[in-house]
Structure formats: structure tokens, C-alpha cells
Design a protein around this ligand. Sequence first.
Ligand SMILES: Cc1ncc(COP(=O)(O)O)c(C=O)c1O
Length: 368
Amino acid sequence: MIGEIYEVDDIGLAFEPTAKPVPAEERARLLADPGFGRVFTDHMAFIEYDEKEGWHDARITARHPFTMDPASPVLHYAQEIFEGLKAYRRPDGAAALFRPEANARRFAKSAVRMAMPPLPVDMFLDSVRGLVRADREWIPATEDGSLYLRPFMIANGSFLGVRPSTQFIYAVIASSVGAYFKGNTPSVSLWVTREYVRAAPGGTGEAKCGGNYAGSLAAQAEAIRNGCDQVVFLDAIERRWVEELGGMNIFFVFDDGSIQTPPLAGTILHGVTRDSLLTLARNMGLMVREEPYSIEQWKSDAESGRLTEAFACGTAAVVTPIGSVKGVDGGFTIGGQSSGPLTLRLRSALVDIQRGDAPDPYGWTEIV
Ligand SMILES: Cc1ncc(COP(=O)(O)O)c(C=O)c1O
């Protein structure tokens, strides 16, 4: 039996509380050591779309499995997009979202690229806020803990022709998470794949669509086979310009105190963390370059000591130092293979704002 239904905001997002919430003691046990992406909360946001009604039946409801026709286009042609953002527990117990409008805008852009109806920014924001309000008890109180929110949209229907669907499901699920990399790793090792590319000009690299990630899995498996933690991709044309990791952007730090990251030239994801770190670095007075960087230059700078640090960044992994890089033609190490001073400084500046331990002059955080 569905509980009380009430309007929580002006898009008419209904709230149907779950009839079977996880008992508080069980939740506390799960939150003590949640890992990443395996503990899920009680509720989900759900909105449906069809050509006649547009977006309709927006609700926060009990987390539940989907029933789909086996001819649903998402199952065959991967017409699917997603997002990833976090809610943090504040020192005063409040929940705060970090730059949710940036994710809402990127989601709408991804939708357009994948021939899907863009979800209005307000609907995205209300769905995420509504879910955080319903499940705020699921934000872990641990130091690295947060509530990872996964909005996604899939093409629904029943047909096998290759064409855009006219029916879609948008949903948001939430997962209580700890650190992305297990065991407080001081740094990660990267494998430079020569066999695979992630994205090509004109392709879908800039969209956050499931296909990009399916296509990266063989390269990630190659990295693991070669004893590395993560794969790093080079550009598709010259196969020499460093682009990004499977799920993180990349930064380089030099001995003159400057930092560099590959430019947003159509094939890499416009990371919200990347953008935030660029702003923080510029406001710290650092020299910042958004310019291509080749794998040969990276090796030579690491060996000469001109490059002192490198790190990967993203919502899930936050800021993670890169300790070593390996490929078919050999490898090299970076600095002391642990967090360098600038990596630490940028990481703290970001995390302190996200968690409410420092003032937020940018208006990035939103108390929910
Ligand atoms: C391919 C890729 N690059 C970069 C990022 C980092 O983006 P953000 O900082 O918005 O999480 C992600 C994660 O979403 C990603 O999947």
C-alpha cells in the first residue's frame, strides 16, 4: 500500500514513501563501510516521457525493478545517458548538493546528442533534491562518505527499427558511498592503451552515454592485465595526445607551479570537477593551461623532473594522484608516487567547499 502522497514542489513531484524502509539498525550496519556503488537507498525518482504527454508522472517512490519489453530500444541500440553527482553531509547535519545545475545542463546536452528529449533543468534539479530529502539518512557520516546520485534516461518502447524512440524513462537512484579507490591508495597506476580509443571527433565522447563506457571496458581490462589500476586514452587521430581516463579527467603539475589539462575539444567529457579545479587554481593565482599534452612529452617531463605531479579527477574519485604510467613501450613514475603538495592543496580546497568546512564564494553548494 502506497503511503501519503503530497506535492513537494511546483513541477508536481509526488512523494510516495516506501512501505518497506530498510530498518535503522540495518542501514547503520551498511553505512559503516559502504564501499562504492553497492549500497542503495530506499527511494528513487521516476519520470516518464512520451510524445503525447511530454514529461509526466514525476514522483519519488520506492526503489523498484523496471519491467520492460524485450524489444525496448535501450536494450539493443543503447539510447541511454546518465549523470553522477554527490550530496554531502554538513558538519551541522544538513545535506548539500555540489553544482547540481552543471550536471542538469550536461544531461540536457547529452540528451540532444543521443536524439533524446532534453529533461528541463528544473525537473532534473527537483528530482535530485526530492530524492536527497527522502533519503538523507542514507548519507554516511564517515570522512569520505557521501550519497552518490545517479540520474539516467533510457529509451523505452517496443520496436526493432534503428531510429530514435518516442518513449523514455528518466530515473534517479542513490547509493551511499565511501572512497572510490579502496584502501586509501596513495596513488593510482595508469595503462596507456595503444589498441583502443575512447572517442573520435564527431563521436559521442562529450556525451555521458552508456556506450562510451561499454566501449572502454576492454581497454580497462587490458590495464588490469598489465598490472595497472586505470586506463588512459590517447586521441583517435594522431594517437599521441592524452585525453582522459575511462571515468576521470586528468591534470599535470609542473615545477614552475603551473598546471595543465587537455582542452575540451569535442572528445572528452566536460567534467564538473575539472571545471571547479580550474576555477580554484586560477583564484589561487596559479598559471593554468588548457592545452594538448602528448604522451612523449609527459614521459620526458616526468623523467627530467619538469613534471612534478599528475592527478585524475571526477565526482566519484575526487582528486586522485597518478603515481606511474605504463605502456607497451615502457613506463615512468611521477614525483614521489603519492600526493604532491599542489594536488593536496587543490583537493582540500575542493573537498572543504563540498563538505561545508570552508566558505563557498562561488555559490556551488546547495543545502537541500
Ligand atoms: C569519462 C569521464 N570523464 C570525466 C569525468 C569527471 O566528470 P565529473 O567531474 O563531472 O564527475 C567522468 C565522470 O563523470 C567521466 O565519466
